[in-house]
Every structure is written in C-alpha cells, then in structure tokens.
Design a protein around this ligand. Structure first.
Ligand SMILES: Nc1ncnc2c1ncn2[C@@H]1O[C@H](COP(=O)(O)OP(=O)(O)OP(=O)(O)O)[C@@H](O)[C@H]1O
Length: 701
C-alpha cells in the first residue's frame, strides 16, 4: 500500500476522468481519495428484505423482489414506445416498465430465469408497476459482494446527469478500499475504543460505505459520530482551559459594605434559590484571579437584573467600576431607571449613556468615568465609542448577547489595561447541551426558577375573525385596571407594508377604544427616540391602558401591571420571539394572558409554533422545539463553533452522543491535561492536526 494513497487526486481512480473529477470537486468538494472516503451517505436503502408480490401495498417505498420475467412486449404510443415486462413470483404478478434503454434490454433480458429486482412500485390501472427497476440475475446476486444497506450519497440525485451516481461513488470507494487493504490509521485511543466498545477505524469506515448488516452500520455510525463530536468538544474545552490559564483577572476578594448592605437592607424581595446559586457561582469566579467569562441564561422574567446589580456591587466594593450594555435605548433606559431605584439611598453613582444623550451631557460623564467618580455606566453601543474611557473597569455586563457580536465584546476588552470580567445575560435560552458546546469559551449559569407567586401565563390562539370577542376581553381586563400590549410584526423586507398594518391596527383600536375613556400609546422604530420614550413612559406610569407597538418592545420591557399580550400576525414570528414577547406579561401577581392572532392560512410549521406556545411556558422546552424546527443554523454562535460543519453527527438528533463525547473529553483533560501519557498520544496527534487544519475531517482517515 502506498502510504500517501489517500492524498491521491480522485481523477487517478479508474473510470473517473476529468469531467467527473471536476463535478466531484465543484459540487461535493471532493479532490482527493481522502475527501471521498469522508463523504458519508445521507441515508441507506434497506436491501436486507425480500418482498413477495402479495405483500406489496399501495404505499410501499422501495422494495426488493425475486421472480421471473414471463413476458416482454413493446407498446407503441404517440409519445414514444415503452417496454413492458410481466414479472411473476409464486404469489402474484406485477409490471416492469422502461422508457429508455429498450434495445439493450430486449437483447439481454432473459425470460423465465430468476432475477432480483429493486425499485419503487406504483399502483397504476389496477396493477402494480415498477418503472426502471434495478435488476440482476439471482445467480449473480448471490455470488457478488452482497450490499445489504445501499448507501445514498449527498446530492447524487442532482448530479446523476453529470455522471456522478451512487453506483459510481461506490465503485470508486471499492477501488479505494482494495488499495488501502484495511490500513487506515486509528484516531482514537485504545482506552476509548475499549471503554465505549467502539468499532476500530478501518471497520467503521468500511461499514459506513458498505454496511454488512444493520447492526454494523449502527456501530459504524456511532463510532464516527462520537469521534467527530469528541474532537470538537476537546477543542472547545481545551480553549476554555487555556483561557483560564492565560488570562488573569482582577481578584474581587472583598465582599464589602455595599454588597452586604444591599443584601441585608435593600433587597426588595427574597432571592430565589436559583438566583442565590448563580450569585455564588459568580462570586467564586470573581475571587479566582482569572477573568470571568460567564453566560447567564434565564427565562424571561426570571430575575436576571438583580443578579447583575449584585455583581456590580462586588466590583464597586473592590474599588472598580462597572458597566452594563443593553441592545436598545428603551432597554438601557429601563435598566438605568430600575437600577437607580434599587440603589437609592446608597452613595453609588450611576449614569446613562445612549446615542440620544446630548453632547453637553456627555462631557461630564466622560470626565467622571475617567477620574473614577462614576461607579456604574449603563448604555447602548454608545459605550463602545473611543471617547469612553474608564478609570478602572472591573466588570462589563452585556444584556442579550445575540445582538452584540463577539467582536464587540472584545472591543470592550481593549478599553482597559487588564480585561474586565464579563457577564453576558440572555433571556433566549438555548438547549443546555447546545449551549455547552457553543459556548465552550463561556462558563454557564442558569436561573431555572421563577420568582414565587407567578401565575403561568394563559396562552390561546385565535383567528382574525374572532377579533370582536378579543376586543371584548380587552375591555373587561381594562375594567379590572390592567394594561394591554398589542404587537405587530416588523420585518425588514416588508417594512412599508408592516408599518401600514401597524397604523391600520392602531386606528381600528382607537375607534373601538375611544378617548377620553381609553388612552393608547404607540411605539415603533420610525419614531424619534424622545417620542418613543415619552410614549413608553406614559404606559409605564399607567397613564395609557393600551400599548400598540412593533417588536421594539420585545426585550426586557417591564410593566408588571400589563397582563394581556396580543400578538398580531403571530404566524409571522419565530418561536423564540413569540416567547420573548409573551414574557412582557406575567410579571405581576395577576393572571396574565397571551393571545396569538392569525389568519386561517397557516403553514404546518407555523401551526407547530403556535401549538408549542399554547402548550408550554418553559423557555427551554420552547428552545428545543425551535431548534428542531429551524435547525441549528439560525442559532447564534453555531457558525463560529464548527458545529455546523459536522459531516456525520447531527447536534439535534445525536444529543446523547454529544453528551457522552463531552463527558469523555472532560474526563481525559482532567486526567491528562497535556495529553502526554503514552496511551493518549494518538489523541494528541489528532488534536494538533485539528488545530492546524481547523476541520476535523481533513485529517481523520
Ligand atoms: N426573587 C424575586 N422575588 C420576587 N420578584 C422578583 C425576584 N427577582 C426578580 N423579581 C421581579 O421579577 C421581575 C422580572 O425580573 P427581571 O426584570 O430581572 O427579569 P429578567 O430575567 O431580566 O427578565 P427579562 O429578560 O424578561 O427582562 C421584576 O419585576 C423583578 O423585580
């Protein structure tokens, strides 16, 4: 065997030729034999079963039958001729039909000898017919290398007219396996192979392409998926470990007066168990001499703000400043007001910096920040401007990470001599296992408990035709002193139309809820920030009963007296957005409601989203469904993590393998952090290759 054989371009394989090689390269990214080896089938056609004709059903998928051709004739038609065979076994008869290749078949098909045929049966004119079956004399079938599960390679349906079919790929692979003669190098340690009872590499590769049985195929798939996820985990965890080793952070050893005073005298409520646990985790990080990089996940309304405040107090107790960055002005404002209120009666100074803060007001903020008079700065992107210089920023808290990219996070970093501690807060939960994998570079805390006394929000789905009933319901709730949100979608591509919907909706509500009895606020993205704030504040103060808005209110707005959320055109929102919007109600002690309004025309996916919303209030459950519906591509962070370049594993379906891969990777790094024990040298070698080439399958062979 030639050791470099796997690096040979596929064009040198028999029967490939320059045209096919070009198609393989441009369509499937296959240049070398190694690329070919790592082209894994999408699915398999089961050829372990033989059907009797009497067992066929009208909905049968691909079937394999043994029988004989008893009659063959050409049927002439206007559109051209077709060749029709009567095919019989001892239980019945079907038709085989060909439109192409008739001449060859007429000359070569033999009557009355047993054939194995394979294909899809259609029910047509009272009989089953199989167009263009694959067929082979039974004698040849029994002698040949038996294919039990026939692999179907990606894109082959699309590429068959360019000469790249499943058969062609299998033939190429056959040559490759003969040439390699089983000499593929192992890429996992003996220990792992043994402990997890994994197939050795050569057997796994062989059975993924030429499965000898269902059982061996399952083992081959498990082994290769495990390997793929294991190395990704190893890399993510490795990064985390080296970050911890390298990046020093300011130690906040002191739990000082501000924190203690706040905890004992100023907390407006008892912390939930989850809040206490998370604060403990944060304190441990801050006292550890290493920079904290922590993601705080908590469902909407779970009480992340108080955790943020207490974290900032720890920084201030240790002589440092803190900042909090929010994705929108409304939110920054709200945080500023809420936090100022919480800190009333303390000496802590706190300022707000957003795009709409005037130049004259900015100057003193800049100065106080630089000379250390200012303890806390709250704001939007404006916090990232070059003019903003801290005396000693100890911690940066970032609300809603999906709106701040990683690059912006690191911009904050460079504002300081040492990097500040970072706490990222998100109310868009992502499934735990996915979070573990995506944020290998962040530690994760979860607030998985809501403050006591909250009544679960009742969610219903109503069609537009029931609007009058819904309006009646709103009226009753307003009578009881509650406030109502009515939210319209605003999607960039159809902004003008959406805007019209919003204004039409506003007018119709204004007609049904006339002044002076009813007061209505309206907030949308095209308003000036000052006007938005004015309208928002009227609602917050309870001067208006109805807030008509676009999704600008999606994150964070907190009006505990608002108890009804009406979402118009709910079918146009994604699940996590619906959940966020719903989270604007249910913040007080009253029973809250969410009404999802839609037209009658709903796609299957939209129906699933609505049903999920009606069925559960749990953000993590919703996140799981969302992930299944949308796939991981849209979830923030998946792009960078390499989890989307998976060749064989699927992070949604193979969640259990992912967990086990992570467990073993953690275990290994704990026992042998530098991977220097002799039994781990294979892994060390693979890991080095992985870091070098970035893609795990360029080296795994
Ligand atoms: N332990 C607690 N007991 C009672 N009320 C609490 C507790 N913690 C927080 N709250 C209250 O719950 C409400 C929601 O808290 P907060 O705004 O911090 O939620 P959040 O996690 O930031 O949610 P969102 O992401 O939706 O803004 C607030 O009115 C807050 O005062």
């Amino acid at each position: 065997m030639n050791a470099n054989y796997l690096q040979t371009p596929v064009v040198y394989l028999k029967g490939v030729g320059p045209n096919r090689a070009e198609t393989l390269k441009s369509e499937l990214g296959i240049e070398t034999c190694q690329d070919l080896l790592n082209l894994f089938p999408n699915r398999y056609i089961d050829k372990t079963q033989y059907y009797k004709i009497s067992q066929l059903q009208r909905s049968s998928a691909d079937v394999q039958i043994i029988g004989k051709v008893v009659h063959l004739k050409t049927v002439e038609q206007k559109k051209g001729s077709r060749l029709v065979a009567r095919f019989k076994d001892d239980t019945g008869e079907i038709e085989l039909v060909w439109f192409r290749g008739q001449k060859w078949l007429r000359e070569n098909l033999k009557l009355n000898i047993p054939y194995v045929i394979f294909g899809k049966c259609n029910w047509y004119n009272g009989t089953f017919s199989m167009p263009h079956p694959e067929m082979e004399p039974l004698s040849a079938h029994e002698q040949g290398t038996k294919v039990y599960m026939q692999p179907v390679y990606p894109s082959t349906e699309k590429l068959s007219n360019k000469g790249v079919t499943n058969k062609v790929i299998s033939k190429m692979l056959q040559q490759l396996f003969i040439e390699m003669n089983g000499k593929f190098s192992e890429s996992l340690s003996d220990k792992l192979l043994h402990e997890l009872k994994l197939l050795p590499k050569p057997a796994a590769l062989f059975n993924i392409h030429f499965p000898k049985s269902q059982e061996l195929l399952a083992k081959a798939q498990f082994r290769l998926k495990f390997e793929e996820l294991f190395y990704i985990q190893l890399q993510l965890i490795g990064k985390n470990v080296s970050r911890k080793k390298k990046i020093k952070g300011f130690p906040f050893n002191e739990v000082g007066d501000y924190f203690k005073d706040f905890y004992s005298n100023k907390l407006p409520f008892e912390l939930t168990g989850a809040q206490k646990r998370v604060i403990k985790e944060i304190r441990a990080d801050l006292g550890s001499n290493a920079q904290m990089n922590r993601l705080l996940q908590g469902d909407v309304g779970s009480g992340k703000t108080i955790v943020a405040v207490m974290t900032m107090l720890l920084a201030i107790d240790n002589g440092f400043q803190a900042c909090l960055m929010a994705p929108t002005e409304i939110l920054a404002n709200q945080h500023y007001q809420g936090i100022s209120e919480l800190l009333e009666g303390t000496e802590i100074t706190c300022a707000l910096l957003t795009g709409s803060v005037k130049k004259s007001a900015r100057k003193p903020i800049h100065e106080q920040l630089e000379n250390g008079e200012l303890n806390i700065l709250i704001g939007t992107h404006a916090l990232l401007e070059d003019k903003v210089k801290y005396k000693n920023l100890g911690i940066a808290i970032i609300d809603e990470q999906h709106r701040f990219g990683v690059a912006q996070r690191s911009k904050l970093w460079h504002k300081n001599e040492f990097p500040p501690h970072i706490l990222v807060m998100t109310a868009t939960p992502i499934p735990r296992t996915l979070a573990m994998s995506l944020y290998g570079d962040l530690d994760i805390s979860v607030i998985d408990e809501l403050p006591p006394g909250r009544k679960p929000i009742k969610t219903v789905h109503r069609y537009d035709a029931n609007r009058l009933k819904v309006f009646r319901f709103i009226r009753d709730e307003i009578e009881k002193g509650r406030q109502i949100y009515v939210v319209y979608p605003l999607i960039q591509e159809s902004e003008a139309m959406d805007y019209k919907d919003l204004m039409d909706g506003y007018e119709s509500i204004a007609r049904d809820f006339p002044q002076p009895k009813y007061q209505i606020s309206i907030v949308h993205g095209q308003m000036k920030p000052a006007d938005k704030e004015y309208e928002m504040n009227r609602f917050v103060r309870g001067e208006t009963q109805i807030m008509v808005a676009t999704t600008v209110i999606e994150v964070g707005v907190n009006v505990p007296n608002a108890s009804v959320m009406i979402i118009e055109s709910a079918e146009r929102f994604g699940l996590s957005q619906l959940h966020q919007l719903r989270g604007r109600v249910g913040r007080g002690a009253d029973q809250s409601f969410c009404i999802l309004m839609t037209s009658h025309k709903l796609s299957a996916e939209a129906k699933t989203r609505l049903e999920t919303m009606v069925a559960t209030n749990d953000g993590f459950e919703i996140a799981e469904v969302d992930l299944k519906l949308r796939g991981p591509g849209d979830i923030m962070g998946t792009q960078q993590s390499g989890l989307l370049n998976l060749k064989i594993a699927d992070i949604v379906k193979d969640n259990d393998i992912l967990k086990s891969a992570r467990y073993y990777a953690l275990q290994l790094l704990k026992e042998d952090p530098s991977l220097s024990k002799p039994e781990n040298l294979i892994i060390r070698h693979m890991y080095a290759q992985l870091v070098k080439h970035k893609n795990i399958w360029t080296y795994i062979s």
